[in-house]
Design a protein around this ligand. Structure first.
Ligand code: GAL
Ligand code: ZN
Length: 650
């Protein structure tokens, strides 16, 4: 259940055998290779050098390692770019991005798509049935380095076609949907439509939203091309893609329908730092280990994206090179992250990377081995995990009583018209998620149209656009439903709904948003709930209080939270402390067991196996029910460490 990312093309085939032996000793079972190796596979058009890859696979076979082959499409080689410079992407300032790093291609480029089909077919045909090839990774981190949205002439054409299909060839429908009467934006035909960049003032939000949807669809199509070919040549092998943390530029649920499961790349230190800075916070108490909830949110999301199955394809194993600053992880962190991933349901945790490269862009990025092959701190911890793994049964599925609805379109709506600083969908989602986790609840992260059967509470931090079928889904559900601000605030084409927000959701909870305000980060309003006061910043809504029950108010008398039977509407950007209190109370009311753990301690359940994680530098005691069977650690959680026990019965 452990793996590693490896680059035979960096070390020469002579080293492979020795490296594989060492991996085996360390307990590595899976090795991902090949995802950037196009120039080594095909140094010139039609000329292939297979020796190094053949030998790599032979060595894996001899030593009993399993291979995940990456398609090399994230890095088209120089000869291809020179032949077809039009495959290069264009940024939103209209500048062509150059050769010399990676991801230098446009998803819409017809020429590039043909080249992708060609190279994927050749590689898949050659190795698709090789006994050590157990699966495939398509490309690498779609969208990394801001590459989903391209502004080249090919994209413009493809976008026009996409719009023509969407609006049934009727330009008047588009004019209406986009409200182009405003500022003389009216179009007479689809081929008049530009890409939404380089405008003096903000582009039309409906135009942007359609463009974001289009760009997302291009990624989905691009991936599908590859999957179809791999399935043809490599029957019985899995196909996955390595997604990123906190990345919303394309719809991951949609793309993942073509995959067997999801995987993602887990870099806790950098992700935590970047997330906090985006929120304007420069204090980071988790700087050497990462915030437990920022990490596990992605585990829970990708379990949902992967329809119940996911891997960590790249796991940080030491300091990285790309964050605002790059600390080495605390002693124990690599082991902690590995166990955390497994507790949330990861089937495999694969470390990035085997050996630090002494050359090129990532020479300051650590690996399990230093450039001279001496083992790092991370290496020692992997060794420990491998030993510990032998005693733990990880066959049980993760089951959650709470679901959180996460929606890519909502992320796009918030980013297109945030309406105020600090308005960020991921921040809002994180507040809800982190509050639930603080109470020891397992959480499933799901798309809005997913079945809600079996959940006791379904939390929707916000769902800007509510589709009919999603409304039906909510209507069928009879547990507790909690909606956050801006839910139902837009139509499918980015307009304010005729019936006023929350639009269709009014059928579930009769509230009406009269006006909204965004608050400066220093405009603090005070929320009153059950005799306590909570600060509210960023956002609030003025909801007509005469229609439904007001269950919380602001000090200045505006309504804050509304309830009808088991449906709640929160008309403000909730503070995490409030959410912890609120969910604790709610859970008690419906007889759901919750327990407040100290900050930095987290609980996760896989069947009857309970994991307790300590993300702090102090020893912390947790209560382990008496009849439990302790599998690892003890009730005294050591710094950056964990305990595992088997519960008798809950
Ligand atoms: C990932 C990427 C890897 C490597 C790594 C460094 O984004 O997939 O190829 O660059 O980051 O942390
Ligand atoms: Zn393009």
């Amino acid at each position: 259940m452990l793996g590693v990312c490896y680059y035979p093309e960096h070390w020469g085939v002579e080293k492979v055998e020795e490296d594989f032996k060492k991996m085996k000793e360390l307990g590595i079972e899976y090795v991902r290779i090949g995802e950037f190796a196009w120039s080594r596979i095909e140094p010139e058009r039609g000329k292939f050098t297979w020796g190094w890859l053949d030998k790599t696979l032979e060595a894996a076979e001899r030593l009993g390692l399993k291979i995940i082959l990456g398609t090399p499409t994230a890095t088209p080689p120089k000869w291809l770019v020179d032949e077809h410079p039009e495959i290069l992407p264009v940024d939103k300032h209209g500048r062509v991005k150059n050769f010399g790093s990676r991801r230098h291609y446009c998803f819409s480029s017809p020429v590039y798509r043909e080249e992708v089909k060609r190279i994927v077919s050749i590689v898949a045909e050659r190795y698709g049935k090789h006994p050590v090839v157990v699966g495939w990774q398509t490309d690498n981190e779609y969208g990394c380095h801001d590459t989903v949205r391209c502004y080249c002439p090919r994209c413009k054409k493809a976008f026009q076609k996409w719009l023509e299909r969407k609006y049934g060839g009727d330009i008047e429908r588009l004019n209406k949907a986009w409200g182009t009467a405003f500022w003389s934006q009216e179009y007479r035909s689809f081929d008049e439509i530009e890409l939404p960049n380089l405008t003096p003032a903000d582009p039309n939000p409906s135009h942007l939203l359609d463009y974001y949807r289009f760009a997302s669809d291009q990624v989905v199509e691009f991936n599908r091309l590859q999957v179809q070919i791999i399935r043809e040549y490599s029957p019985g092998r899995f196909v996955t893609h390595n997604f990123m943390s906190g990345f919303t530029d394309f719809d991951h649920y949609k793309l993942s329908r073509d995959l067997d499961f999801a995987s993602w790349d887990n870099y806790p230190l950098g992700h935590t730092l970047v997330f906090l800075r985006n929120k304007g916070e420069h204090q980071n108490p988790f700087d050497r280990v990462g915030h437990p909830d920022i990490i596990s949110f992605s585990h829970d999301l990708y379990r949902g994206v992967g329809k119940g199955r996911f891997w960590v394809m790249e796991q940080q194993a030491g300091p990285v090179n790309w964050a605002p600053y790059n600390l080495w992880p605390a002693k124990g962190a690599v082991r902690l992250w590995t166990w955390q991933a497994l507790a949330h349901g990861a089937e495999v945790v694969s470390y990035f990377r085997w050996r630090q490269a002494p050359f090129a862009q990532e020479q300051m990025h650590s690996g399990l081995l230093a450039p001279d092959s001496s083992p790092s701190q991370g290496y020692q911890e992997v060794k420990q995990v491998f030993e510990e793994l032998k005693g733990v049964d990880l066959n049980k599925a993760v089951k959650s009583e709470v679901a959180l609805v996460f929606d890519y379109e909502t992320a796009w709506v918030f980013s297109i018209q945030p309406h105020g600083e600090g308005v960020n969908y991921l921040d809002l989602v994180f507040r809800f998620y982190s509050a639930l986790r603080r109470l020891g609840l397992n959480v499933d992260v799901i798309p809005p149209e997913s079945s809600l059967d079996g959940y006791r509470i379904v939390v929707v931090p916000s769902l800007a656009i509510v589709k009919e079928e999603v409304l039906e889904n909510f209507k069928k559900y009879n547990g507790v439903l909690v909606f956050g601000p801006r839910s139902g605030s837009k139509t499918g084409t980015f307009q304010i709904p005729e019936e006023m927000p929350p639009g269709l959701l009014k059928e579930l909870i009769p509230v009406e948003v009269k006006q909204v305000e965004s608050l400066g980060l220093k405009n603090v309003e005070t929320l009153l709930w059950k005799g306590k006061e909570y600060p509210v910043t960023i956002w609030r809504e003025d909801v007509d209080p005469t229609i439904t029950e007001v269950v919380a108010k602001f000090k200045d008398e505006y309504g804050a939270m509304f309830q009808k039977e088991n449906v709640f509407y929160l008309a403000f950007w909730p503070d995490r402390e409030f959410l912890i209190d609120f969910f604790e109370e709610l859970a008690k009311e419906i007889g759901l067991t919750v327990k407040r753990f100290p900050e930095g301690v987290r609980i996760q359940r896989r069947g009857d196996v309970v994991f307790a994680f300590n993300f702090t530098p102090e020893e912390i005691e947790v209560e382990i029910p008496e009849e439990s069977q302790i599998i690892l650690g003890s009730h005294k959680l050591q710094p950056y460490s964990l305990a595992i026990w088997k519960e008798k019965k809950r």
